[in-house]
Design a protein around this ligand. Structure first.
Ligand SMILES: [Fe+2]
Ligand SMILES: [Fe+2]
Length: 272
């Protein structure tokens, strides 16, 4: 099975790049299933129902989120009835929406997508390791499920890397999001799980992690408050990964980076 994961979509330019390129990428790379992190897709803060539907229409099967999930309040109602938008699984008990969903690809492959948030330098949520343990308990990869994807939304590479190794061999992909900067450690771990500490963003890299530069720089230099940050508006780079799995085991055969457009060096995965 061939699964594409796209990192945090930031603002209008990130959305437009994904919507413009994704249909061709799906065709060209023979992709069976697409998951994208959409937590920054509405002006850099949160996501709306309209944006969810635009992303679904462009070929995204499941949207993951993170700490910015509720920045646009209307999504709190939308997520309750939507089966393709997930929020972190270790949010407090009673939080609207789901932290994990199972969806079928057009050719009948069953994919479990889990979104989880780390705790190091982030909010003190429930234990992310135990939350994911519970979500995959008794589930057989390669049996009832063809692909298990975990979007680990976190600040610290150490916590995300520990996560990858803790679930190595039991899931198809552990991919980090949230920092908006791609790491160079995309690999298949010893027991067959594809892993990358952070996939990067779908946004304008002439920025401070996707936001116009002036105010973030001012904040760091002066420590004074500034007006609200705004998403950068230059051409976005789409940052993603393509994972190919063995249909019998559900484990990764290969994992390749994909980068299209904007400032970062272009990388296109092999088609076969
Ligand atoms: Fe983000
Ligand atoms: Fe985040």
């Amino acid at each position: 099975m061939r699964v594409l994961f796209l990192g945090d979509i930031v603002g209008r330019v990130g959305r437009e790049a994904v919507i413009h390129h994704l249909p061709n990428l799906i065709k060209f790379l023979k992709i069976d299933f697409v998951v994208a992190n959409g937590e920054n897709s509405a002006h850099g803060f949160g996501i709306t129902s309209k944006i969810c539907n635009e992303l679904y229409d462009s070929g995204v099967d499941v949207i993951t989120t993170g700490n910015h999930v509720w920045d646009q309040r209307e999504i709190i109602n939308f997520i309750v009835d939507d089966d393709r938008l997930v929020r972190p699984i270790n949010f407090p008990r009673g939080t609207p929406g789901k932290g994990a969903v199972v969806r079928e690809s057009c050719d009948g492959h069953r994919v479990l997508v889990i979104n989880v948030m780390c705790r190091l330098f982030m909010e003190p949520l429930d234990d992310p390791f135990i939350a994911v343990e519970k979500a995959i308990d008794g589930i057989s990869l390669g049996g009832e499920l063809d692909f298990i994807l975990i979007d680990v939304h976190g600040e610290a590479t150490s916590e995300k890397m520990a996560f990858g190794h803790a679930f190595d061999g039991r899931v198809s992909l552990v991919v980090g999001t949230h920092t908006h900067v791609p790491t160079a450690d995309l690999m298949v771990l010893a027991n067959g799980t594809a892993y990358q500490s952070d996939v990067g963003m779908c946004g304008d890299y002439d920025s401070v992690i996707g936001m116009k530069k002036e105010y973030p720089i001012k904040r760091f230099i002066t420590k004074l408050p500034t007006p609200r940050l705004e998403a950068a508006e230059g051409e976005a780079t789409i940052c993603g990964i393509l994972v190919v799995t063995d249909d019998r085991s559900g484990l990764a055969i290969s994992a390749e980076p994909l980068r299209v457009g904007g400032l970062l060096t272009e990388i296109m995965p092999l088609r076969s």
